[in-house]
Design a protein around this ligand. Structure first.
Ligand code: SAM
Length: 212
């Protein structure tokens, strides 16, 4: 972690950080206290260095965002950006998102979920480590409100196909076409996407909704 990220983490955690505590469900009342208001809640899993999180928070001031990653330097980098831009509508967790979703998020609480460029684990023997697996997608779908969305993006074609198969098999979700959508203009360009594009990778976006 750079000294600036370390400082941002120390100084910013009290304002933007949320500790992992499985006994404290993030109920609407608790979210109201954490954010200081009630607003549609977006979840971002694996924000990396947080450039996409910052861009979305500024684009959509009417939403609250819960951003989760396990990577310390990235958490420091995001807190630094939040401080520099005096952002009020983001709260940050440094923990395994699977545990957070399972133990701290109540059902039907989320308006939208963003998982952009999750670790691709390209080797076949590592595919089981990929985040997008049927049990986790079932859990995520339960946390969405009716009409809420799950938006995924990846620059690995076989992971994109796996995502499509998993999402289409989840009965709580629906989509309007083949599963893939054109890259939406509003989706911020992240570090990993830029890297993938530089390497000549394609990019696949998937958008599904929780049935009403
Ligand atoms: C390939 S990076 C993509 C980062 C960012 N979304 C981007 O597009 O630049 C994947 C991120 O997911 C995080 N991650 C992986 N597994 C996670 C988990 N179980 N819970 C939370 N974050 C996770 C990693 O620490 C990493 O920052």
């Amino acid at each position: 972690m750079s000294p600036a990220q370390q400082r941002a983490l120390e100084e910013g955690w009290a304002r933007w950080g949320v500790d992992y505590s499985p006994q404290d469900l993030l109920t609407p009342e608790r979210l109201q206290t954490l954010f200081g208001r009630t607003a549609p809640l977006g979840l971002e899993i694996g924000f990396g260095m947080g450039e996409g999180t910052l861009a979305m928070a500024l684009q959509r001031p009417e939403w609250n965002f819960l951003a989760i990653d396990v990577h310390g330097p990235g958490v420091g980098a995001l807190l630094k950006k939040l401080a520099e831009n005096n952002v009020n509508n983001v709260r940050v967790m440094r923990h395994d998102a699977v545990e957070v979703v399972r133990h701290m998020l109540p059902q039907a609480i989320l308006e939208g979920i963003h998982i952009f460029f999750p670790d691709p684990w390209p080797k076949s023997r590592h595919h089981k480590r990929r985040l997008i697996q049927p049990p986790f997608v079932e859990l995520l779908s339960e946390r969405l409100k009716g009409g809420g969305y799950l938006h995924l993006a990846t620059d690995w074609q076989d992971y994109a196909e796996q995502m499509r198969v998993v999402l289409r098999a989840e009965s709580q979700l629906e989509n309007t076409g083949a599963g893939f959508i054109e890259r939406p203009d509003w989706r911020p360009l992240t570090r990993f996407e830029s890297r993938g594009v530089r390497l000549g990778h394609g990019v696949w976006d998937l958008l599904f909704w929780r049935r009403k």
